[in-house]
Ligand binder design. Sequence first.
Ligand SMILES: *Cc1c(COP(=O)(O)O)cnc(C)c1O
Length: 647
Amino acid sequence: MAVKNTNQSSSWTIENSSDLYGLHRWGKGYFSINEKGHVAISPKSSKGKDYDLIKLLNELESRNLKFPLLVRFDDILEDCLRNLHIAFENAITHYEYQGKYQGVFPIKCNQQRHVVEELVTSGSQWHFGLEAGSKAELLIALSILDDPHALLICNGYKDQRYIETAILARQLRRQPIVVIEQATDIDLIIKSSNLLGASPLIGIRAKLSSQSSGRWSNSIGDKSKFGLSIPEILQAIKRLKEANLLNELKLLHFHLGSQINDIGILKDALQEAGQIYVELINLGAPMGYLDVGGGLGIDYDGSQTASIASTNYSLQNYANDVVATIKECCASKNIKLPTLITESGRAIASHFSILIFNILGKNSLPSDIPKKDKKECLSVKNLRETLVHINNLKLKQEEDLTKLQEAWNDSLKFKADALAAFRLGYIDLVERSKAEQLTWACAKTIVNQLPKNVLLPKELKKLSESLAVTYYANLSVFRSAPDTWAIGQVFPIMPIHRLNQEPDQLGHFADLTCDSDGKLDQFIDNGKIKNLLPLHEFKSEEKYLIGLFLGGAYQEVMGNLHNLFGSTNAVHIRFNEKDNYKVEHVIRGNTKSNVLEYLEHDPEILLERLRKSSESAIQAGHLKIDDAQKLIEHVEASLRQSTYLQN
Ligand SMILES: *Cc1c(COP(=O)(O)O)cnc(C)c1O
């Protein structure tokens, strides 16, 4: 459907596109639009050079890296990590905090080896550590983190082997801190320590009573699944003391849940945790670390509000609040200031990857005006008259909206008449088709007449949505952007080229799966959410590439194999000063063989079965030998290839 053309294409500028898609608001300076109308990447944020994303993608395609493609920019990952440290350094200086900051990365946020390795390597200057939430993540941390000064926070459900592994790792000169999340963890810690004659460093996760907001608010509060209540903490101290382990209690931990959107909630929690920290010292624990967990939010829509896709604070506000609040709590009680730990995942790992997918085609409601025949049924005649009437309506005032509404009601009535007549056998398929085309032509004309920036009646608003163009995306949202489906997460999504042209269509995306939930139809809208995205006319002879931004955290591992769409190709890019880049790692996406094998199908057996039945078909004279061979070759090639469409 055409958007009302208030801006002539010739006057459309890249600034208009930047404003429309908001990338200067949510992109933190990493993304911009260059004079060619392409998205450009600035790996050091707005400082320094930028690189043309389309040029890069063309060159990746020449290396046979097809879409959908996940492009990871390691420079951006590093920059986000650096910014986190700079923010805490600034806050520590500003508030004269007599202590330090030492972060860890929660592995669950993105477990990919290259990502974890990159963070550990570039974070080594700050002794940046890792947080494990399961036994498997602990193994990743043990293999990748070998800095004796970096912390390894051991969270999650634990069994005896988990704890014994952590105790032994301490003797490897690592710094694992076993966080007591359940009262039963205490028994396991005591038992393991007795068994090994050595003890782990110990932390306690507190169940704070401060209320959180947002989607993950149930991560805290009295009913949360994690952490110890205050009576349980007191009991834990008693038991650790009896077991002679209180000396190892070094850390207090809390986690408010992901994507804290309101800073006020964090402040309350920090005060509460600060007081608990002080009390733990008064009860005889040596302490030394206060771990404020993750939850540092991302401004997905750039609106800087406490709405669900945004945050009402900056990274610096966050660091300031952590540092200032804890200083206040401890200094007033003459307590040595703790080393501050964050477990921010989303805030470090969101920006560095872009998921790029191509559009395979589009679908819109048929609204061409059919040729007039001599004899037409009454409904079709009525619809033609309604269309003329709508075209002649010259809207002058807002009240005239009711005229459009009336005209639309008429069109719907005539369409219903035509359908009834068809069901009863009075009109043929051709007449019915005309009725449908004319109804949508009426709708299109009405939508084109709708004034902008005016509150529309619900039905007229819905009308523009129903006329939207569906763009078919070479993608599975279940695989690559599962949070859009599972929890209604919105990511910035936009075309990454043609941004010097006005996008004159309104559309949404349907993915490759045979599932009506496989779609992207929620888009950022500066603090609100909209269902349609302005897009360019799709031309079948030209590639149209869309980017899903800020999806570097959580999406890949939460993705599933619905309809057997496997992982996409992924690349790691490193830029250098000479307008050049290096493809550091290529991670090939799953082949069809891979995904079949996950489900216990054996590609060899599959091929052999096909070979046998084509042999029988040859015997019976149904199939030529050449064609049988062609079929087998297609299947063999297909098994080796990606699960996505190849064009
Ligand atoms: C998930 C999780 C994190 C990471 O949260 P982000 O919102 O990604 O920063 C940190 N700590 C714990 C205990 C978690 O469960």
